[in-house]
Design a protein around this ligand. Structure first.
Ligand SMILES: [Zn+2]
Length: 286
């Protein structure tokens, strides 16, 4: 009995230094601004706004760019914590989805009406599956609206539709979701190099960037070359990703740790703050 007690005491002593270090490590966590959050209808009954902000707090996320299908989800979060939400307006709504929004003649009027009501910082995230979808009259009107208001379009597409958008109006600010999802760092570099109004976020790319626990050299080169126009995101496009939220943020923190601290801070939060006014008036915490 005594032996067991002594053994337990020794184990406690051995564990003590690690426990004492934990708060210090927590304090060093990079603050994060998540630039790709959705709070769409299926999530509303599972995670209320309070639970969403608790998930942000636990993950060390200060604020986020948020869009939702339908838009009411974004507005509910904004009401709950105005200085943690940068609203982005999706064209998706009842009967209008990723597969038909760009051909829906009512889309521009729907967007215009809402853009007139509050200061959204972008239109999106929307999907463009090919060049033809990026070339419709509806998309041309959306481009006009974004340029007139000097806000971004947050677009989920391969490189082809991005080329069409930029050719349609080089003044357009393109926020390229997922760095093209399956495009290579070289292709992303080509697009960022072509037009200084293009920026990108790397939600869904953490496996490719830092899969082995380090950082892929081609991605690292991209990050150091275009440090000021790259951001991170989680993309909570299905409710299950809210359950996984902390891990989704941590997988970005892991590869960010392999960059020089100024570059890591730029990509983790400073770019989103500068480019979108995210966390305005808010003390950034980790
Ligand atoms: Zn997406």
């Amino acid at each position: 009995m005594l032996h067991r007690w002594l053994f337990g005491f020794a184990a406690l002593l051995a564990a003590a230094p690690a426990a004492a270090q934990a708060p210090a490590q927590t304090q060093e966590r990079l603050p994060i601004i998540d630039t790709h959050v959705h709070y769409s209808q299926p999530a509303w009954g599972v995670h209320n706004p309070e639970a969403v902000f608790k998930a942000f707090d636990a993950a060390g996320v200060s604020c986020a760019l948020i869009s939702s299908s339908p838009d009411e989800g974004t507005l509910a979060l904004q009401r709950a914590a105005p200085n943690r939400v940068v609203p982005i307006l999706r064209p998706y709504r009842e009967g209008v989805t990723s597969s038909n929004w760009f051909a829906d003649a009512a889309t521009p009027a729907y967007l215009e009406e809402r853009l007139n009501q509050r200061p959204y910082k972008g239109i999106g995230e929307f999907h463009l599956f090919n060049e033809a979808a990026a070339s419709t009259p509806v998309v041309r009107k959306v481009i006009e609206m974004a340029v007139a208001r000097d806000i971004v379009v947050h677009v989920h597409s391969g490189v082809g539709p991005v080329r069409v958008l930029l050719a349609t109006d080089p003044r357009l600010k393109v926020f390229w979701a997922h760095a093209g999802m399956s495009e290579s760092p070289d292709t992303v570099a080509e697009i960022l190099g072509r037009n200084t109004r293009v920026m990108t976020e790397v939600s869904f790319r953490a496996g490719s960037i830092g899969g082995d626990g380090g950082i892929d050299p081609a991605w690292r080169t991209l990050f150091l070359r275009y440090t000021d126009r790259i951001m991170i995101g989680t993309d909570t496009y299905v409710t299950s990703r809210w359950d996984d939220y902390g891990r989704l943020i941590d997988e970005h923190r892991r590869w960010l740790a392999h960059l020089p601290r100024p570059a890591a801070e730029a990509i983790a939060w400073r770019n989103a703050q500068r480019l979108f006014g995210a966390c305005e008036g808010r003390q950034l915490t980790n």
